[in-house]
Write a protein that binds this ligand. Structure first.
Ligand code: SF4
Length: 198
């Protein structure tokens, strides 16, 4: 059976892509590397949620628990408006590198599931990481299963985050991203902004 490495941003976004990949005949392994998440306690909480999904769904995981936050912040400083490009590149290149090194047949990402993400940008960066590291990228528009995946995550009782991940998106929860000019939100609003979508 062909093996695929699934870059996982968090537990809730893993259910639907995992089901789809397994239905398509892939042997799936999860890969966690998300040093964009701030603060560190949130990073740990999301990792624990993913580990709970891993147990529930018998999904083997490769976890990179290193946390090069400084590298992430330095690379987005003064380019905060384009931060998602840097963020996707950091994470998806790590996934492609790991997939190539461990001889997976392909890699993909749960970022393609979330309606909150910049779908076209994530796809483009994954395609260039695929060329750079010589490992195929599997593309599917997992957003089609958004509602089903959300319902599944809610039913499972795992932690569901309130913002995309970085410190800037945490601020956007309350003040809105500059380009969208959103009004302030309540602290209880769930994951309203993950960078502007495209
Ligand atoms: S909004 Fe989300 S995707 Fe964009 S930089 Fe922040 S954590 Fe990364």
């Amino acid at each position: 059976m062909a093996r695929i490495l699934l870059h996982t941003c968090c537990g809730p976004c893993t259910f639907y892509p995992l089901d789809r990949l397994r239905a398509a005949g892939w042997d799936v392994r999860g890969f966690f590397f998300n040093p964009n998440i701030h603060p560190y306690q949130e990073f740990q909480r999301r990792l624990e949620a993913l580990q709970a999904v891993s147990e529930q769904e018998s999904l083997p995981l490769i976890v990179r628990s290193d946390y090069p936050l400084e590298r992430f912040l330095r690379s987005v400083a003064f380019r905060e408006g384009d931060r998602c490009l840097t963020c996707y590149t950091l994470r998806l290149e790590a996934a492609a590198r790991c997939a190539a090194k461990s001889r997976f047949d392909a890699f993909t990402t749960t970022l393609l599931y979330s309606k909150r993400q910049k779908h076209a940008l994530a796809r483009r960066i994954a395609e260039s990481a695929s060329k750079k590291y010589g490992v195929p990228f599997y593309y599917e528009d997992f957003r089609e299963g958004w509602k089903a995946g959300q319902a599944r995550a809610e039913k499972s009782g795992i932690y569901r985050q309130l913002y995309c991940g970085c410190i800037y998106s945490e601020k956007d929860r309350f003040f809105g991203s500059p380009s969208r000019r959103r009004t302030a939100r309540k602290a209880s609003d769930r994951f309203p902004v993950g960078g502007d979508t495209e």
